[in-house]
Write a new protein. Sequence first.
Length: 445
Amino acid sequence: MTQRPGERFDAIIIGAGVIGAAVAYELTRRGWRTLSLDRGPAAGFGSTSASSAIVRFTYSTPTGVAASWEGMHYWRDWPSYLGVDDELGFARFVRCGMVSLIARPEGHHERVIPIWDDFDIPYEFWDADTLRERLPYVDVGVFGPASRPDRPDFWNEPQGVHVGALYSPDAGYVDDPQLAAHNLQRAAESNGGVFRFRSEVVAFATETVDGGRRVTGVRLADGTEIEAGVVVNVAGPHSAHVNQLAGVFDSMNIKTTPLRHETYHVPGPPDVDYSAVGMNVADDDNGIYFRPQTGNHLLVGTTDPPCDVQEVVGPDDDLGELSADGWETNTLRINKRIPSLGVPLPHEKKGVVDRYDRSDDWIPIYDRTDLDGFYVAIGTSGNQFKNAGVAGHLMAELIEAVEGGHDHDAAPLQLTARFTGLPLDLGTFSRNREINTASSMTVHG
Ligand SMILES: Cc1cc2nc3c(=O)[nH]c(=O)nc-3n(C[C@H](O)[C@H](O)[C@H](O)COP(=O)(O)OP(=O)(O)OC[C@H]3O[C@@H](n4cnc5c(N)ncnc54)[C@H](O)[C@@H]3O)c2cc1C
């Protein structure tokens, strides 16, 4: 084993995706000497690179809504937040608005609206006529519950029309998620943060302190050993593997699992330039969401409806190509909602295959662990890109508080969000919570 002389940092961050890089930046803002290690070739090459990067606020818990609303404020003036130039330019927040279709009077919107009212988050409730007027290319028929083309009910005529929609003008998407991670890397580096790529953490060093175990550093695949008082697991779909290496996997009540996931790129409708005037749309009735994509394209994702198989995979499994079944199913689904699209042909199959680091209840774990000095920002479940800034902030606050002696397990940290002043109850993200049944257990990006 080799050790470079003087290789000691205040904190090592495993992973330089958008959340790992945000944790690094927030710690360096507080004067920490950080080392970010990533087994990949550059920042944002993990699941961040495949992100639909939708920014929306339709969460079902107060902390979920508060974090996402706060998260948008980071993107809104991204260069000011970073405070540094990036030779590659900046990721751009496109504020296109979001429409959550409401098929029936009872549903997810009933949870969301009272929280938005409490937090003064702007929205409009559209009835079916307004929906038709605002999105004339959308068929307002109710087709669901979501089905698959190999089932007869998929082809049924619509059963009535949507009640309406919830419109959120401040939602949008970030046009280049990988660049966003690079931006954060440059911001952390400007404060002295160090990034090393093609550097895989394969083991942990620990010591016994006052009868408990404490992390003291990591070992890399090439044998290099590096010391640090704090280590943070932000390894995305490798999070469970890294927790196993650190010996904390079994002690956490909520587990994380890599889930294979596909998104699709389809040509926009011929009668409208969707990339210029389109909005994000959550279409639970069809089990999909979609958003504008440059060049009059739409990016289509699935909400993993119960009729679809959720594919649990290993963190290093070959994910194969975009599946013919997924392409056909989801282009037919979006064609029901926007009939003028025309169903794209099989040879036009375009999209992205990657994996979510899904937690048991689709809510992330931002927490300490039973190994002192070892922290986790994991289980981001296909919906935490939007929260990168706020996740970095809350992890840095949590680490400083716990390292300063705060018993976060006994008294979960309560934070005031930086931009919006909203309350953030960090107990929501505990590794030891019971499965949160208020979670929608799904995503709309
Ligand atoms: C298809 C898809 C669509 C999504 N859409 C949205 C969306 O619309 N809106 C939204 O908010 N969120 C979305 N998400 C979720 C969001 O992209 C993720 O939550 C976020 O990118 C996770 O960032 P991260 O930094 O935690 O992980 P990652 O980007 O996965 O980074 C983890 C890094 O850790 C490194 N690593 C792993 N193990 C080791 C090791 N042992 N040693 C060193 N390095 C290691 C990897 O190389 C990787 O670079 C989506 C995700 C996917 C996959």
